[in-house]
Design a protein around this ligand. Structure first.
Ligand code: ZN
Ligand code: ZN
Length: 367
């Protein structure tokens, strides 16, 4: 809830974002937008409450929220430097929105974050039929400013330290659930406000499931282990996966799998740069795994944007149509999963730069 920036982090440029959004309204065919995604409201105003909607038109921004946020809403928007009026209403009262919409002929709604029921209610209330918009604020969020990158990097550094702390415990006899709890604890005690998402620790056959839940099976010598986790700092998240093998020699099927997926990840990272078609990152990872005979074992997309949400734009997959832009933060996370045997994934969160990328998750890949 605190205002201002955590120590040592560049400030967030929240005050400029409403104008950036206003610059998109015309092309979207609307003269105003009712922002209903709480993450988007946070991005635009600094308000972190879970209830509220934000009216934005060419010369006004009005946050409509309820009495629980009577003090917090003006405090946070003021501290963030966002020019926003706050209107406090009883729960569910939408009349201020109807009033604001009075002079507007085309009100946009966020199609990705509003329920069918709420859209119906607003359609009855507004003077004209609301229009669907898609990803206006999400598009702005793809490009991170310095303060945002600082927060993601700080989250990544906390996760790096957490893994270094917990790594010695990942051995023969360790239990997935206990390692996951140890990572969560290390992330919190390392300064994160929360973990970034539900931690995955998956060993042996469980590691062949990309989104496995940690279980109670003790790890065995020779098991592959996948740890996928992250931290949150001031709302911004990090995402990292490291894979390893319990004990044993450095040769054999598990070692080959670790090496082949790492080669694929490095191939993907090598092409990340401003102006590169996003699908090429996916192709680089996929071709590398295909050459190793593991094309069929790579069963998910190559990556995603990271920021206030753990999964945001741009998606990094074979169907991505855009190009990477300096300032985007994305993951590169190929994996290979062999049912009944085990799986491997290597994942880093990176900042796209003019001539390549800056890796934000820095844990070693020789575990
Ligand atoms: Zn991950
Ligand atoms: Zn990820």
């Amino acid at each position: 809830m605190s205002a201002g920036s955590p120590a040592g982090l560049a400030p967030l440029l929240v005050g400029e974002r409403l104008d950036s959004l206003r610059g998109l309204l015309d092309a979207a065919g609307v003269d105003s937008l009712l922002v209903t995604s709480s993450t988007n409201i946070r991005y635009l105003t600094g308000f972190t409450g879970s209830a509220g909607s934000l009216w934005v038109d060419v010369d006004r921004a009005v946050l409509v929220t309820d009495g629980r946020y009577r003090d917090q809403a003006p405090d946070q928007t003021g501290a963030a430097g966002a020019v926003v009026d706050v209107v406090v209403v009883g729960g569910g009262d939408r009349s201020p929105i109807a009033t604001l919409a009075g002079g507007c002929s085309s009100v946009g709604l966020e199609a990705g974050s509003i329920t069918w029921a709420e859209q119906r209610r607003l359609a009855e209330l507004l003077p004209s039929t609301p229009l669907a918009t898609d990803g206006l604020v999400e598009g702005l969020r793809e490009l991170k400013d310095e303060g945002e990158v600082d927060r993601i990097a700080a989250a990544a550094a906390i996760a790096d330290r957490a893994l270094a702390e917990v790594l010695p415990s990942i051995q023969d006899g360790a239990v997935e659930e206990e390692i996951a709890m140890a990572l969560d604890h290390a992330v919190r005690s390392g300064g994160a406000s929360d973990r970034a998402f539900e931690t995955i620790v998956a060993a042996g056959p469980n590691s062949a499931r990309p989104h496995a839940r940690p279980g109670t099976r003790p790890m065995l010598d020779g098991d592959l282990v996948v740890c996928d986790f992250g931290a949150m700092v001031d709302g911004y998240r990090s995402d990292m996966t490291r894979s390893l093998r319990i004990g044993g020699t450095r040769t054999g099927r598990a070692a080959d799998l670790l090496g082949a997926v790492l080669d694929a990840q490095l191939a993907g990272l090598a092409v990340v740069a401003d102006g590169v078609p996003i699908a090429e990152v996916d192709t680089a990872c996929r071709s590398s795994l295909e050459a190793a005979g593991l094309g069929d074992a790579f069963s998910h997309g190559t990556g995603h944007g990271v920021g206030l949400d753990i999964h945001e734009g741009p998606a990094v997959s074979s169907t991505s149509t855009g190009t990477l832009l300096a300032g985007q933060v994305v993951t590169v996370e190929p994996g290979a999963y062999l049912g009944g045997f085990g799986g491997v994934r290597w994942e880093d969160t990176v900042l796209v730069t003019a001539d390549g990328h800056r890796r934000l998750t820095l844990s070693p890949k020789e575990l």
